[in-house]
Ligand binder design. Structure first.
Ligand code: ADP
Ligand code: MG
Length: 454
């Protein structure tokens, strides 16, 4: 069994704009390989996924599973029987429990449908998940959700499983579990993992890198990278790598007045206490980090929302510029944010339908040559990593005194990550305060304090 991608092109065409996302991509994958596809933001990875899963039709080129051209298979049939997929949010139905989601998935497998209930119990047991059987997807950790999504995705015995950034939101331990499950699936299903997560190296037997819509390098586990020169003789220039950003830490005197203080914060999502007795102060020029390499659900995102004044802690107070935000009404809080605080939630703020130009407004941001000229494109037309970068650079350019950032760079490739970190270091140099959750080693290293929750 194999999947063959031949000279694939995809062009997005909207109104005035044409974006060539794939330009002559060739790729063969055999059963038994655990393939990882890497590549910078906007290189065409998700576009390839949409074509493999039949959500979009190639502008040119073909995809074959064994010898069948997938354009001849009805897209619904294709996704039911041939190509299963999951994305970074998993693929479970919110209104169904774990057991019901799996049973539904098995009921779609014609040879197992009559025994779907029994098989579901068996699978839950085999994977030590029985304790989660009656939970709804919202009641699972991100890692558990992805795990169950993967099991549901392969319930129909698909020939191919495509996972687009499945570990994006997971801590190290969670990612490891997903990679080992993917690895165990490789023997029966062609697994194609799309990611920019270097942790995927332990899973992959072969890795290919996409750049500008074509395969640019490939290598097998333990080998050095090899450039791929295709039949058109397109030699690729090596990717520009940036130096690892360095921050010169300055000791900031305790005598400097804090611009943000957290006093005795406690948060409970009943019946569970999330954190308590959280105390810290942030001064201009400081970087305070919440370490996301640690297990999720310790309340990092909740803490950032509390600091922004969008929600209140159960106990304790937050002072911004000496003023307790607990005592302010909504309007006053919004005013305070406008003057002093920028908050960037994990999934960003930007609306899909407004254009890049409208979103940036009068804020001056240099997004580089590939994006600067796309100001009339709606934000929904940019890749996840491109959007994350646009939002972060805008917020930094607005230069309010406090930045609250929830995993702002986790979607960016290595080069963009380094650029973003440079920009953050510049902001700190200019006396800004950054409080952020991150699993980036450079930032954790550069932090003045790590805030511990618990
Ligand atoms: P990746 O997943 O590798 O980050 P994508 O496949 O999402 O990249 O995007 C490839 C290119 O296509 C990018 O330049 C992106 O901005 C562009 N693109 C993605 N979706 C659309 C769309 N709906 N309309 C126009 N351009 C798009
Ligand atoms: Mg993508």
């Amino acid at each position: 069994m194999n999947i063959r991608v031949k000279d694939l092109f995809y062009i997005y065409e909207n109104n005035e704009e044409q974006v060539v996302a794939l330009r002559g991509l060739d790729l063969n994958v055999e059963l038994g390989e655990c393939l990882a596809i890497r590549g910078p933001n906007g290189s065409g990875k998700s576009t390839l996924v949409k074509l493999l899963t039949g959500y979009q039709k190639p502008t040119a080129g073909e995809i074959y599973i064994d010898d069948q051209n997938i354009s001849e298979i009805d897209p619904i049939q294709l996704r039911r029987q041939y190509v299963a997929s999951i994305n970074q949010n998993g693929s479970l139905i919110k209104e169904l429990t774990v057991r019901e989601n799996l049973a539904l998935a098995y009921s779609l497998n014609s040879s197992l449908a009559s025994r779907s209930t029994e098989i579901t119990s068996q699978i839950l047991e085999e994977h030590s998940l029985s304790h989660l059987a009656t939970r709804y997807p919202d009641q699972l950790s991100a890692g558990e959700r992805q795990y169950v999504s993967l099991l549901a995705a392969v319930a129909t015995d698909p020939q191919v499983l495509v996972a687009d950034e499945p570990t994006e939101e997971l801590d190290h331990a969670g990612a490891k579990i997903i990679y080992s499950l993917l690895k165990s699936l490789c023997s029966k299903t062609i697994v194609i993992l799309v990611t920019h997560d270097i942790r995927a190296e332990e899973y992959a037997t072969r890795t290919v890198r996409i750049r500008e819509g074509r395969i640019s390098e490939e290598w097998s586990a333990g080998e050095a990278e090899k450039s791929v020169i295709d039949e058109f003789g397109w030699m690729r220039v090596r990717e520009v790598t940036q130096d690892v950003p360095k921050r010169v830490k300055r000791a900031i005197s305790e005598n400097v007045t804090p611009i943000l203080e957290a006093n005795g914060l406690k948060l409970t999502y009943s019946p569970k206490e999330i954190f308590s007795d959280v105390n810290f102060s942030g001064r201009p020029g400081q970087l305070l980090a919440l370490d996301s390499t640690l297990p999720t659900k310790t309340g990092k995102s909740s803490l950032l929302r509390i600091l922004s004044g969008l929600v209140d802690a159960d106990v304790g107070s937050v002072l911004v510029n000496g003023q307790a935000i607990g005592g302010l009404d909504r309007e006053a809080r919004a005013q305070l944010r406008k003057a002093l605080v920028s908050y960037l939630p994990q999934r960003g703020n930007a609306l899909e339908r407004i254009t890049l130009g409208e979103y940036l407004g009068s804020t001056v941001v240099d997004l580089g040559k590939s994006l600067n000229h796309r100001r009339s494109s709606p934000l929904g037309n940019f890749s996840g990593g491109e959007r994350a970068r646009i939002e972060l650079l805008k917020i930094i350019a607005e230069s309010r005194p406090i930045l609250l950032l929830d995993e702002p760079i986790s979607q960016m490739d290595e080069r963009r990550t380094n650029e973003a970190i440079e920009a953050l270091f510049g902001y700190l140099e200019n006396g800004g305060l950054v409080i952020m959750s991150t699993r980036n080693e450079i930032l954790l290293e550069a932090a003045d304090h790590i805030i511990h929750l618990g």
